[in-house]
Design a binder for this molecule. Sequence first.
Ligand code: HSE
Length: 316
Amino acid sequence: MKKVTAFAPATVANVSCGFDILGFAVEELGDKVTVSLSEQPGVRVVSIEGDGGRLPYESEKNTCSVAIQAFVDQVGFERGIEISLSKGLPLGSGMGSSAASSVAALVAANSLLGEPLGRKELLPFAMKAEGVACGAEHADNVAPSLLGGFVLIRSYKPLDVTRLHVPEGLYCTLVHPHFELNTADSRSVLRQQVSLKDAIIQSGNIAGLVAGLFQEDMGLISRSLQDVIAEPSRSVLIPGFDEIKEAIKDAGALGSGISGSGPTTFILSPSREIAQKASEICQEVFNKIGLEVDLYVSAVNVRGAYLINESKNEVL
Ligand code: HSE
């Protein structure tokens, strides 16, 4: 029976000032999903590994099956599909774990069915899965995981998504402390009103960040990495967050922020060396706090999700 496997990368959503409208993909970290046709009708999750037994198998709760079900409903496919999920990403980390699963599932299923839809057309199904995972159909993890690079969601209704330029030499450090923050909980602490003053600051920063990416202006990117909407309410939930922000300045990093809804912190740097140095500084900060962390240094992943030939162990 034909099988298709796809990998989808981890992502940093929000990127400080772009709450729910901006995200980028990172290298290497991510989830793998294998799909195959089945004589038994319906979309079913048959195996999950790497989740410590915590993710649901029920079709209406698992982000892979929710996404694929929405996709097959749209393309009118009526035979069965079996799903095997291999988690590379920790749950509740702020690195787009649920998004990587649904995106890998969709890319694999679209290939299995002979590519009836283009990449961007898969996005609404992945967003539906995000709705199931955290109660909000936000696209700032699924869009960059699917398309790669930096992605801006200009509008949700109608959906208007565009890829941005990725400057040469831009690197990211991810600092993942060993505890979980559930996205639904992190969203529940957000203020529902934004003052005119904060709206002006946030708009200036998001416009500055987008301009900085296109102009490869690292100073402008650095000045724009400021979030007055989500970060003030959420950063109190993340030990070490303020210390990191202060400590990485001397290393020459551009700035830091909460990756998605946390607890991972992302740092942007103008070179791999500085990103590496920032990672070492963060390790020292967390040694002092006494909390275990995983640290990753990565370029921005401009490819997004991709197919893998499992039998030959090669990327397609
Ligand atoms: N924009 C979403 C949030 C991302 O901040 O809640 C969740 O990963």
